[in-house]
Design a protein around this ligand. Structure first.
Ligand SMILES: NC(=O)C1=CN([C@@H]2O[C@H](COP(=O)(O)OP(=O)(O)OC[C@H]3O[C@@H](n4cnc5c(N)ncnc54)[C@H](O)[C@@H]3O)[C@@H](O)[C@H]2O)C=CC1
Ligand SMILES: O=C(O)[C@@H]1CCC=N1
Length: 283
C-alpha cells in the first residue's frame, strides 16, 4: 500500500467500539486508507465515546446518552461491523434491522454467532459476512478469517477482505472452519502473552529483576518471531540451530516434549471450540 494508491472504503459503522473494533479502527486511520463518508462508532459510555470522537474522521455515539445511537451510526453506512459481545448480538440486530439500507454489508466479528443467526434477524436485502480478527490489528499485524454468508456476493466478500487487509493478513475460509480458526489465531495472541508471562516468572524465580526478565523474554519472543518472518525458514530448523547436540537447550526441550505441549494445545483449542458452539447456541 502506498500514498499514491490508497485503499478506499465506503462509510463504515462499528457497533460496539470496544477492544476489537478499536484495533480495526487503528488500521483504518493509517495514511494509506481513505474511508469515504467516515467512520461511525457506538458504545455504551459517553466517556469512551468522547475518546473515540477525538480520532480524525470518527463520529462517536454513546448509547447511554443517545438511545438512537445505533440507528444514527448505521444511517448511510455501506459497511456495518457488529462488535458487541456475542450474547448481545441478537438484541442489537433486532434494534437496527429496520434502519439498514438495502445493499448494506453487515460484518460480524462476534465469536461463535452464526451467519444463520444474523441472516434470520436481518432483512433479505442485507448481506452478512462473518469474520474473526485478532488484536495485533492495532499494529497492522492481524490475522483475520473471513467467511461469506448465503446472501453475500463476491463483491461483498471482497469489501470485507479489503477492510481487514488494512490491519494485516486475511484468510477466506468456509464458515464451517471459522470457529476452529478462532481457536488458533483469534485467541492466539492470548496464548502467546501467557507463554511470555510464564517464562518471565521463571526468569524472576532465577533471580532477575522484573525489568531484566522483561528484556530477556520480550526481546527473545520478538527476536525469534522476526527471525522466523525474515528468513522464512521452518521453525523446527530454526529450533535445531539453537539446540546444540549434547548442549543445554536439548535438556530444556526434552522437558517441554515430556510435558506434551501439543496435547495441551489440542485440549485448549478444543475447549475454545466448545465455547464457540455454546455461544452459537446463545449460552
Ligand atoms: N478481543 C478480541 O481479541 C476479539 C474479540 N472478538 C469479538 O469482538 C466482540 C467484542 O469483543 P471486545 O471488543 O473484546 O469486547 P469489549 O467489551 O471490549 O467491547 C464491546 C463494546 O460493546 C459496547 N456495547 C455493548 N452493548 C452495546 C450496544 N447495545 N450498542 C452499542 N455498543 C454496545 C460496549 O460499550 C463495549 O465498548 C465480541 O463479539 C468478541 O467475540 C473477535 C476477535 C478477537
Ligand atoms: O475470547 C473471545 O471470545 C474472543 C474471540 C477470540 C478472541 N477473543
Amino acid at each position: 500500500m502506498s500514498a499514491a494508491d490508497p485503499v478506499r472504503l465506503p462509510a463504515i459503522a462499528f457497533l460496539g467500539a470496544g477492544s476489537m473494533a478499536r484495533a480495526i479502527i487503528a488500521g483504518l486511520l493509517q495514511p494509506g486508507v481513505a474511508v469515504d463518508g467516515g467512520i461511525r462508532t457506538t458504545n455504551r459510555t459517553a466517556e469512551k465515546a468522547a475518546e473515540l470522537a477525538g480520532l480524525d474522521g470518527v463520529t462517536a455515539y454513546a448509547t447511554e446518552t443517545d438511545v438512537a445511537a445505533n440507528h444514527a451510526a448505521v444511517a448511510g453506512a455501506a459497511l456495518v461491523v457488529v462488535a458487541v459481545k456475542p450474547a448481545m448480538v441478537p438484541d442489537l440486530l433486532r434494534e437496527i434491522a429496520d434502519s439498514l439500507e438495502p445493499g448494506t454489508v453487515v460484518v460480524s466479528v462476534a465469536a461463535g454467532v452464526t451467519v444463520e443467526t444474523f441472516e434470520s434477524l436481518l432483512p433479505d436485502s442485507v448481506a452478512v459476512i462473518r469474520s474473526m480478527p485478532n488484536t495485533p490489528a492495532v499494529v497492522g499485524r492481524a490475522v483475520t478469517g473471513v467467511s461469506a454468508g448465503t446472501r453475500s456476493s463476491p463483491a461483498d466478500l471482497a469489501l470485507a477482505v479489503s477492510l481487514f487487509e488494512t490491519v494485516g493478513q486475511v484468510l477466506v475460509v468456509p464458515e464451517s472452519q471459522l470457529d476452529a480458526l478462532s481457536t488458533i489465531s483469534g485467541s492466539g495472541p492470548a496464548y502467546v502473552f501467557y507463554l511470555i508471562e510464564q517464562l518471565t516468572a521463571a526468569a524472576v524465580d532465577k533471580g532477575f529483576t522484573p525489568e531484566q526478565a522483561a528484556v530477556m523474554v520480550q526481546g527473545t519472543f520478538r527476536g525469534a518471531s522476526e527471525l522466523l518472518a525474515s528468513t522464512g525458514d521452518d521453525p523446527a530448523e530454526l529450533r535445531r540451530r539453537v539446540t546444540s547436540p549434547k548442549g543445554t537447550t536439548e535438556r530444556a526441550i526434552a522437558v517441554l516434549e515430556a510435558s506434551d505441549l501439543k496435547q495441551t494445545f489440542d485440549r485448549a483449542t478444543d475447549a475454545a471450540l466448545a465455547r464457540a458452539r455454546e455461544l452459537a447456541a446463545g449460552a
